[in-house]
Design a protein around this ligand. Structure first.
Ligand SMILES: N[C@@H](CCC(=O)N[C@@H](CS)C(=O)NCC(=O)O)C(=O)O
Length: 222
């Protein structure tokens, strides 16, 4: 298998964590990651992209679903507890888990938009659209704080929902996008798993603060 990704991508990190948790060998192609001919050759122009033989897949949750279904017996020798969930969503809680996963994806995309548009000088302070993205991010986190338990989104498991939220929140904090802490259960979820080998193996580096190329003045409705 070959995974195209950019080092910082929280969506790619989720896939990398699942590959490592399952002990599946894969070749990394970081050089051809973000904005490369490879990633641009998908209609979404985004990473991660997984190649497994002749199959080429993109969209991180779809890739994770593929890995869990195609390699159900694969298990990491590390035997870390709690174990990685065998499903994208629990069979007895399918629609609620899928809704949670979808909300996490929307929440993560809004946060990544905040980060990417900042490099063009567009911020929640000068863009109503970005202000809405920030509010969406925060409202999703408020809703997730009500959903999550003291043992994560699926007690007894290291779930895909856990991974899908931990990756963007760590990215958000490490890259200084916006403050998100102050929700005790989400704080605990993120902190609890930081020493897990698959997370330690996929660190997100801090980057220097962005220097906006230009500043867009906020348009006043008045
Ligand atoms: N829904 C996609 C989102 C992937 C995504 O947005 N990836 C970002 C990196 S974090 C990307 O490749 N962006 C390319 C660009 O903005 O040009 C997934 O879950 O895989």
């Amino acid at each position: 298998m070959k995974l195209y990704y950019s080092e910082g991508s929280p969506f790619a990190r989720k896939v990398r964590i699942v590959l490592i948790e399952k002990g599946l060998a894969f070749e990394s192609d970081v050089a051809n990651g973000l904005r490369s001919p490879e990633s641009a050759s998908t209609p979404t122009m985004a990473v991660p992209v997984l190649e497994d033989g002749a199959l080429r897949l993109w969209e991180s949750d779809l890739i994770v679903d593929y890995l869990l279904r195609t390699y159900p017996a694969a298990e990491s020798p590390a035997n870390t507890q709690p174990p990685l969930t065998p499903w994208l969503a629990r069979p007895d809680n399918h629609w609620q888990d899928m809704a949670t996963l979808a909300m996490i994806a929307t929440c993560a995309a809004s946060m990544v938009n905040l980060r990417l548009m900042l490099s063009d000088g567009i911020t929640p302070e000068n863009s109503d659209y970005l202000a809405r993205q920030k509010t969406r991010f925060e409202r999703c986190l408020d809703a997730l704080e009500k959903t999550v338990t003291d043992e994560g989104f699926a007690p007894g498991w290291f779930s895909i929902m856990d991974i899908a939220l931990i990756c963007p929140l760590v990215f958000c904090e490490t890259r200084g996008v916006t403050a998100w802490r102050g929700r005790p259960k989400l704080d605990a979820l993120v902190d609890r798993h930081q020493a897990r080998p698959s997370l330690l193996a996929t660190p997100i580096s801090a980057l220097p603060p962005l220097a906006p190329r230009y500043i867009v003045e906020r348009r006043s409705a008045a």
